[in-house]
Design a protein around this ligand. Structure first.
Ligand code: ZN
Length: 480
């Protein structure tokens, strides 16, 4: 258990170090892979490291420095793909235009216009340049955590929203590369022609058992393979090596995953110089059978009709799993309560645990913050499109409560969902005192804003200390 806690702490520190401080967000975007897939990936990386070691011991090393000679008889297509609608992708748009190239931009519709993200006019201009806009769920959710109805809302409603904004949407990418059989089926039902995962290809020898290129046509268009996403430590030569290796091995398709495109704005960024150099290099290889195309250009097929996901039918204000007894399957880190998410921002070191010292039932959730420079940790209703987050009526107020024990002050914080799917911070209760005994914090919210459709709320810890939480409740006030 101690080892487990340490591992979790290390992961959280890494997560926090990549977040921008000062914006109260819970969008889950970043290199964090809260998934079984993430564990498998790490296991895969260890396996790859072992194979590399064995290769060295046997006198076999993967090609490292010299980039393979072009094989003009083996056409190779490169797709430059950009995830999550970061505003820094405007840099990519400009450089692609200068090189007469087009990329694929996978956009979570609920992020459009949020701080640090592309606005709708910017996205429409990216498409007008000849680039492709793809879907990436409404709220960038890890799909294996969700029930099929919520998967359908996240995947289909995103495509509907983007289509209604005048965008031509045929390609999808799984957030966090998280997919299961249900998600794959839903993607097809929502009218997508392809879906991109992130696994299975080797870049510059980082996965000796993997091919460098996806086959043409791809073996499974709803689980397109890529190499590890490009981050700030990725070298330009490893990207070039992957493309050259793919061509040297008979050609094929090399979809590359980027997030931010900027100098030092994130550890998920490629620098402007490296991105420009990559485009120059691709230009120089155009005569050698290396082409750049969007995912849609590679996959082909007609634009299918957008189909909305099923509406959520729960009554206004109804919570799911308020006593935190049910576990979310496949959660990472393990031990998260169904429909509640452990959320945090800023720079702090904290660990979450599911503990048996409950107020009622068998389980409560506990967060311990060991050090804090900024930000918080909180257990809030999962910010989704309906399976977990309760519907609310504009103008009505709600009484929210939770039981807690704590060695530091706590308070209730609340977020709301806008009609397009964006989750935004709303407000919070006055601070409540620490309490060694179970105490109920009860707070009546202000009137729900006119543009709110759903609510997400929960207790917050923003100090060094330990907070244990159980038995949430939500009651609509009688009027209006
Ligand atoms: Zn993403």
């Amino acid at each position: 258990m101690i080892l487990m806690m340490n591992v979790r702490k290390v992961i959280r520190v890494r997560q926090f170090s990549t977040r921008k401080v000062g914006a109260d967000r819970a969008d889950g975007v970043g290199p964090r892979r809260p998934t079984g897939a993430g564990r498998a990936r790490r296991a895969g990386m260890w396996g790859a490291a072992l194979l590399l070691l064995l290769g060295v011991l046997c006198g076999v090393t993967p090609s490292a420095s010299a980039i393979a000679e072009p094989d003009q008889s083996a056409p190779t297509t490169v797709s430059l793909t950009f995830d999550d609608g970061f505003a820094s992708q405007l840099n990519a748009q400009q450089m692609l235009a200068e090189h007469h190239m087009n990329g694929t931009f996978y956009i979570p519709s609920g992020f459009i216009g949020l701080e640090g993200r592309l606005t709708l006019p910017q996205i429409q201009a990216i498409q007008a340049d000849g680039n492709e806009i793809g879907g990436h769920t409404v709220n960038h959710r890890h799909l294996p955590l969700l029930d099929p109805a919520e998967q359908a809302r996240q995947i289909c409603d995103d495509r509907v929203a983007l289509s209604q904004d005048g965008l031509r949407v045929t390609s999808f990418a799984y957030p966090f590369a998280g997919l299961d059989a249900s998600a794959k089926q839903v993607v097809q039902n929502c009218g997508y022609n392809s879906a991109r995962a992130e696994e299975g290809l080797s870049a510059g020898g980082d996965c000796p058992v993997c091919p460098s290129g996806e086959s043409m046509p791809p073996a499974d268009p709803y689980s397109l393979r890529t190499a590890t996403p490009v981050i700030s430590s990725t070298t330009l030569s490893s990207i070039q090596q992957q493309i050259a290796d793919a061509q040297a091995n008979g050609g094929g398709w090399v979809p590359i995953v980027f997030h931010e495109v900027c100098d030092g704005c994130s550890d998920m960024a490629i620098s402007l110089a490296d991105f420009a150099a990559l485009l120059d290099w691709l230009d120089s290889r155009a005569g050698d059978g290396i082409a750049v195309a969007t995912v849609d250009q590679v996959i082909g097929g007609a634009v299918q009709n957008p189909i909305a996901g099923p509406p959520d039918q729960r009554p206004d204000g109804q919570l799911v799993n308020p006593s935190l007894e049910a576990l979310t399957p496949f959660s990472y880190p393990e031990g998260q309560s169904e429909c509640w998410e452990q959320s945090g921002f800023g720079v702090n070191t904290a660990a979450w645990a599911r503990v048996p010292s409950a107020h009622s039932g068998s389980w409560a959730e506990q967060v311990s913050m060991e050090s804090r420079t900024s930000g918080d940790q909180k257990l809030i209703t999962r910010q989704d499109s309906g399976s977990c987050s309760p519907a609310v009526k504009p103008g009505r107020s709600y009484t929210l409560s939770a039981w807690y024990t704590s060695t530091a002050p706590t308070r209730m914080v609340a977020f709301y969902r806008k009609p397009g799917g964006a989750w935004v911070y709303w407000t919070g209760s006055p601070q409540a005192d620490p309490s060694a005994d179970w105490t109920q914090l009860t707070w009546q919210t202000p009137a729900i804003p006119a543009d709110a459709t759903r609510l997400s709320f929960g207790l917050q810890l923003a100090d060094v200390g330990t907070l244990t939480i159980d038995d949430y409740a939500m009651t609509p006030d009688p009027s209006p």
